[in-house]
Design a protein around this ligand. Structure first.
Ligand code: ATP
Length: 318
């Protein structure tokens, strides 16, 4: 039995009351399973539907059609059983300002009928670097510390499935490391992890399998290693102040002065360089690197399949 199963999930938000407003299809027949013990990544640009899908999984929103199960329990029909199997770390920092950290965790344990949870709470506080904040009031904590408490709250009932919705947005390196160490450990002990993130290098490093959403549809569902090995193999990376010739501009990812051009082999790299020379483009700091998940993501979001070699942009210069 899969840990999480999404079966043809659609979600339409009704039109707002504003004149001319139309209903919005946030999810369009999303289907995939997450197996027990997987570290699974859900990726997609802003507005792709990730939070909507997670809200449905957590029982905070309802599907328009389709079904979602956690360890075989339907999240709508068997809400309590499904919820017991899930620990959800929300994107937003929601907390009760009147509790201390420990009180918040004791209170949360009570929701699940756990009245003798002190040992596990201590373990959570230790593992997440919160031990010296146990008696601090929630409102005295920095944003990063509050996020650690949210992670601890999500885990008080030792859920087999852990859902992290952009847990590292705006958090410092230390918290990221603490969090990934802790969550990685739980995953090695058999917990299933579902992660949404905009940090693709994080997804590449952590997730064994990925789903990519675009406008509410699954456009890729693959092992991370397969996505990477199918990708255009090299990226020609350089800086320039000059304008690229149109054929190269159409292929390039440009960030300020930095240009990145996909190239499948050495011959294509040479063709790109020759074309740049011919167009009088002055380049600096030229590097060739392997394609990463960000390159795959961009290719997929732009509608070009990463497995396919980019069309030869230019004829080789003499
Ligand atoms: N409560 C709501 N009412 C109406 N439309 C909504 C509601 N919540 C989300 N949407 C819309 O549904 C679409 C999907 O939003 P969602 O927040 O699920 O995307 P996301 O992939 O999580 O984006 P982000 O990366 O920005 O968090 C967006 O167009 C969004 O504006």
């Amino acid at each position: 039995m899969p840990a999480v199963s999404f079966q043809s999930v659609s979600k339409v938000y009704p039109a707002s009351g504003r004149p001319g407003a139309r209903p919005l299809q946030a999810l369009d027949h999303v289907s995939f399973d997450i197996e027990e013990g997987e570290f699974f990544g859900l990726l997609g640009p802003n507005g792709a539907g990730k939070t909507t899908l997670i809200s449905i999984l957590a029982g905070l929103a309802r599907t328009t059609s389709g079904s979602v199960k956690v360890h075989g329990h339907d999240v709508q029909a068997e809400f309590i059983e499904a919820r017991r199997h899930l620990g959800v770390v929300p994107q937003e920092l929601v907390f009760d300002p009147f509790f201390t950290v420990r009180e918040a965790l004791v209170f949360q344990s009570g929701y699940f009928g756990l009245y003798d949870n002190g040992a596990w709470i201590d373990e959570l506080l230790d593992g997440l670097g919160l031990a010296d904040k146990a008696k601090a009031n929630m409102r005295q904590l920095s944003g990063g510390m509050k996020r650690r408490v949210l992670v601890a709250q999500a885990l008080v009932h030792r859920p087999p499935v852990i859902v992290l919705d952009e847990p590292t947005a705006g958090v410092d390196v230390e918290l990221r490391q603490t969090l990934w160490h802790f969550v990685g450990d739980l995953n090695r002990k058999g917990h299933t992890v579902l992660l949404t993130t905009h940090y693709l290098e994080e997804a590449e490093a952590l997730c064994s399998r990925l789903a990519m959403l675009k406008q509410g549809k699954v456009i890729a569902l693959e092992r991370t290693s397969t996505l990477l090995s199918n990708a255009t193999s090299n990226i020609l990376h350089f800086k320039t102040d000059d304008e690229l010739p149109p054929a190269l501009a159409a292929l390039a990812r440009v960030t300020g002065r930095i240009v990145q051009l996909p190239a499948n082999d050495t011959a294509e790299i040479e063709r790109h360089l020759a074309a740049l020379r011919e167009a009088g483009v002055r380049v600096e700091d030229v590097e060739i690197r392997k394609a990463d998940l960000e390159d795959v993501f961009i290719a997929l979001m732009n509608g070009s399949a990463p497995a396919q070699k980019a069309p030869p942009a230019l004829e080789a210069a003499p």
